[in-house]
Ligand binder design. Sequence first.
Ligand SMILES: Cc1cc2nc3c(=O)[nH]c(=O)nc-3n(C[C@H](O)[C@H](O)[C@H](O)COP(=O)(O)OP(=O)(O)OC[C@H]3O[C@@H](n4cnc5c(N)ncnc54)[C@H](O)[C@@H]3O)c2cc1C
Length: 294
Amino acid sequence: MLLLPKFDYEEPKSLQEALRVLSELKRKAKIIAGGTDLLVNMKKRAVVPGCLVSLRRIDALRLIERKRVSTEIGSHVTVSELASSEVITGALSVLARAASSLGSPLVRNRATAGGNIVTARPAADLPPALMVLGAKVVLKSKGKKRTVPLDGFFTGPGSTVMDHGEILTKIVIPAPPAFTGGDYIKLGHRAALEIAIVAVASRITLDGPNGAIKDARIVLSSVAPKAVHAVSAERMLVGERPSERLFAEAAKRAVGDSSPIDDIRGGAGYRRDMVEALTRRTLLRALNDAAGNA
Ligand SMILES: Cc1cc2nc3c(=O)[nH]c(=O)nc-3n(C[C@H](O)[C@H](O)[C@H](O)COP(=O)(O)OP(=O)(O)OC[C@H]3O[C@@H](n4cnc5c(N)ncnc54)[C@H](O)[C@@H]3O)c2cc1C
């Protein structure tokens, strides 16, 4: 059995204290949230931090708040909380669906929204849903704060624009316009497998009941080094009347927006076929959802 390496442990009770500890300890310190990713990597000695700085006692990071023009989700909100919160299952149901498909109930109870974003796995479940929702993340370090759109946050597998000493404090999601609907489908070998073979999140906004498509967003996961927008498929949808035929054409375009590889979980050809199938299905379900969201 692999044991954890030795480390010091800090449990600050406020964000200011956490930022101070991180700036004092510099590269010796590593943030721990739910630990579902970090502790596995520490056991493998892939990371050996001198000190873990836990965020679990910082109440301000555990809130889900619906504001007038946005919803704010604290980075320490767990994936289970996201899957069951009424604020999320209502207007942001695409995110609730992504959260429900992450890991097993045991993992969801510990894993946090912030941890899922910062690990930057190409197959992570929350980023595609958050990207179609137009989410931004707030990053704080000692004396500094910046807000970064999630579309520009990931730079490759396991890497992001974050600097050492920064804490991802919250996720901000603009309120969706009327007649907007979304869906997320993850294809895995079995329900509780940790990573997707392919996953697709789609969101469409109509310009009225039974109207034309005003805005379309499709994000593909596990088929590129990071979650990517199916840009050419998105472009062909805007301004058009939704139909099964249009969605089938857009799904074909989405294949060209992906760059899958062969690996142990699936071949590139199979992944391309699944991008097409899941894009079409998520668009149809998003349309159904949009029509009812006046
Ligand atoms: C059995 C199993 C199944 C899994 N299944 C899935 C799955 O189906 N889908 C999926 O997407 N993932 C899956 N995972 C991976 C993992 O559970 C998630 O990525 C999880 O959301 C990570 O969150 P955490 O709070 O546990 O992060 P931690 O492990 O605590 O931290 C992960 C990394 O993020 C950093 N970090 C955490 N929070 C912050 C913050 N607020 N600011 C700055 N840095 C921060 C940490 O320093 C660390 O580098 C699985 C893991 C296991 C063990």
